[in-house]
Structures are given as C-alpha cells and as structure tokens.
Design a protein around this ligand. Structure first.
Ligand SMILES: *Cc1c(COP(=O)(O)O)cnc(C)c1O
Length: 406
C-alpha cells in the first residue's frame, strides 16, 4: 500500500475553495451576430469586453484574404517554421511587422502567451550554466500579464517584481543584483487597468543599469502611436531604447497569433533557443495572409478607425464622469470599473447581462484581492447609441460604497 497523497483529491479541494470564494470560472459559448453583438444562451448582448478594438475581426478584407489564401495554401502548415511550415505569407508578414514597428526583424509565434514564454526563455536561459549561479535577473511590473511572469519562471530566472509603474522600485530591484545580466519586462498598456507604462523612464533606467527592456504591447499595438505602431512609438522610443517588442495579432489586429521584434542578433537568439517557437506547428498561412491585410488597414487607417475609437473612449469617459462612476485614470480602450469583492462584481456583470450587455467580471487571481472589476472595453465598432445605453445601465448599478472611494 502506498501512502502517496492523491492528486485528484487535491484538485477537488482547490476547486471547492475557489467555489466558496466566488471565484469559479466557466466557459460560455458566445456566438457572433453582425454589428458586434453576441448570442449568449438565450440572450443577444452587445460585447463590451473583447479586445477587437478597431472592429477588424469581421472586416471583409481580412475574411477575403483568409479565404483566398486558404484556397491555395490549404488550412494547416503541417510543420514547424524550422522544418517545412514557413511559407511566403509568413516571411512577408514578418517583414511587414518589422517595417511597421521600426525594427530589423520580427519572428512570428502562434499566440502571445507562447511568444512571451518562448522569448523570455530564450533571452534569459540560453547560455546559462546548469545549476544556475549565473542565472539572470528578470525585473517585472507587479501587474504584468501572467505569461510574462510565467516566462521568467520557465526560464529559471531570478524574478523580482516592483510596485505597479514604480520606476524607482524597478531601480531598487535591479540594484539588488548588480552582478548578473538583467532584463526588465513590462506591459505597454496594462491589460486589466488600461494605463500606460512609464516607458521613457524605464528605457532610461535600463540604459543606466545595462538591462534589456522588453515591452509587451498586446493592447497598444494598432491603437497607439503614429500609424498605430504602438505604445513605444507613442512615447517616441525606438529599437535602441526598447530592444525587444512583443505584439499580439489577436487584439486590435482582429486575427490571432503574435510576434517578437528587435535587432537581428536578438531575434536569431529567439529562433535558436525559444522552445515554444521551435517545437510547434507554424500558424496557418491563410491566417498570416489575413494578418497582412489587417496590418495594411491599421497602418493606413483610411477608414478612421483609431479616431472613432478615441471618440468612443472620450464619450464613455465623459458620460461616466457625469454619473460619478469611479473609473480608473485610463485613456485607452480598457476602462475598468473597480467594484471590490468578487460577489458584487459578479452581481453587477449579471445585471448588465439582463440589460443586454456582455461585460465580464474580472476577479482574483487575474486582479489583486478586493480589486474585482468590470473590465469594460471600447471598440471603433461601437456606436454612440450603444455606448449611451451602456452608461444608462451602469447608472442603475447599485455600486458598493467601497467602489466610490477608489
Ligand atoms: C492577451 C495578452 C497576451 C497573450 O496574447 P494571446 O495572443 O492572446 O495569447 C500577452 N500579453 C498581454 C499583455 C495580453 O493582454
């Protein structure tokens, strides 16, 4: 007889604990209707929680590029990039992404999570001695995306987090280990708060402390900066200031996948050493073709989608201010309404659903304890009437008193 503890029992206990705390998650099927609406169960809801900031996911040019390419290329690539899965569409997309973001080279990944896991693993772990006395330091903002945190851990780096957007805190963490190579990673736009990282100050700090700056611009690319080139472009920072830029293709670009961009040496290191790049099947070529169409549309923006998004953000914020809603100081498409405990956040999300709006309750561990929130996101696809209707519904929410103190 073995006295080995039972894994299933532990899982059941962890799940029961989540359930008691009101933190259980469930997958819901949200089908697509025209005009940014969703069918969820028996309800038709206006989506105010997605990341399709420019409304490109259903754009006819993307759909046409995808179907045209699939007719020639087929669906699957059948192999990894380093085997026989790298097509002309991938090569062209990588070149266009590098050109758009002002970098020497871009490397495609199948998802943003894989890009962060792979790039951090390659940059931090390659060349380190097994056993790890020379393991590099990875300094990160406390509110960074989970995949950045996990990437540093996967790499076996010494991970030190600093208080949100606190450049002096970041300096202290770098100075705590001055004798090892260091990388500082930050979201460009924070995914659950919507604020923008102090990129210029972080770039200066990294220059002074000889640390490599890595910016995850999942929520900045396409919407911020000249030609939508992202939060670094908006801050006037180039490749010399922020040598590693990670961008996702599934948010403002309306497709799926991600890339890492930077100088040729760093990008080659990622191709050589990033296991989530090396050992996975290349994304469908048709998806790369659709993404090329998206990059073209976003760069030119002849339909004025960035302007429409900005107008929608301004309209929502002005309306919320009139209602006295405790919005966070975000100027981006992410406009969270912090409600506090998980119970009130869930109740508010349910009430909005009854009124016809899909706004998901974000609870710990995605956000800190007591900072449950409605993560409201705006899109160029929303119209004024729908934003006003959402504001009307928000005005009827019973806000807990702690929310008013934020
Ligand atoms: C969404 C997101 C990712 C992950 O990108 P996927 O392509 O969805 O896997 C990474 N970083 C940040 C900041 C994100 O918001």
């Amino acid at each position: 007889m073995s006295s080995r503890p039972d894994l299933r029992g532990r899982l059941a206990a962890a799940r029961a604990q989540r359930e008691r705390e009101g933190l259980l998650r469930r997958v819901r099927t949200c089908d697509v209707l025209p005009g940014g609406r969703r069918v969820v169960g028996k309800r038709i809801l206006a989506d105010f929680c997605g990341n399709d900031y420019l409304g490109l996911a259903s754009h006819r040019e993307l759909v046409a590029a995808l179907t045209r390419s699939a007719a020639v290329e087929g669906v699957g690539t059948g192999a990894a990039h380093l085997v026989s899965g790298h097509r002309g569409e991938h090569a062209a997309l990588e070149e266009e992404l590098a050109d758009w973001t002002g970098r020497e080279r871009a490397v495609l990944f199948s998802t943003g999570v894989m890009a962060n896991l792979g790039a951090l693993q390659a940059l931090l772990n390659a060349g380190a001695m097994p056993g790890g006395r020379d393991m590099p330091l990875c300094v990160q903002d406390k509110l960074n995306h989970a995949s950045l945190i996990d990437g540093a851990q996967l790499a076996g780096a010494s991970l030190r987090r600093y208080p949100h957007a606190d450049v002096e805190g970041a300096a202290r963490q770098l100075d705590a280990q001055p004798d090892v190579p260091a990388l500082l990673a930050t979201d460009g736009v924070f995914s659950m708060d919507g604020d923008i990282a102090p990129l210029a100050a972080l770039a200066q700090l990294c220059r002074e402390r000889h640390a490599l700056l890595y910016v995850d611009d999942a929520h900045g690319l396409g919407v911020l900066g000249r030609h939508g080139a992202g939060s670094l472009a908006a801050a006037g920072l180039g490749s010399a200031d922020a040598p590693v830029l990670m961008g996702t293709l599934g948010k403002a670009l309306g497709c799926a996948g991600a890339f890492v961009a930077g100088d040729a040496d760093l990008m080659d290191a990622i191709v050589q050493f990033a296991r989530p790049y090396i050992y996975t099947t290349a994304m469908p070529a048709a998806l790369a073709a659709a993404t090329r169409a998206a990059v073209r549309l976003v760069r030119e923006d002849s339909e004025g989608r960035r302007e429409r998004l900005a107008a929608n953000i301004a309209r929502f914020r002005a309306g919320a201010a009139q209602l006295g809603l405790p919005l966070m100081p975000s100027q981006t498409a992410i406009q969270p309404l912090v409600l506090g405990d998980a119970g009130s956040t869930l109740a508010a999300a349910r009430m909005l659903e009854r009124e016809g709006f899909l706004v998901v309750a974000i609870r710990p561990p995605t956000v800190p304890q007591g900072a449950g929130r409605l993560r409201i996101t705006l899109s160029a696809a929303h119209n004024e009437a729908r934003i006003d209707a959402l504001l009307d519904a928000l005005a009827r929410l019973p806000l807990p008193t702690q929310a008013l103190a934020v």
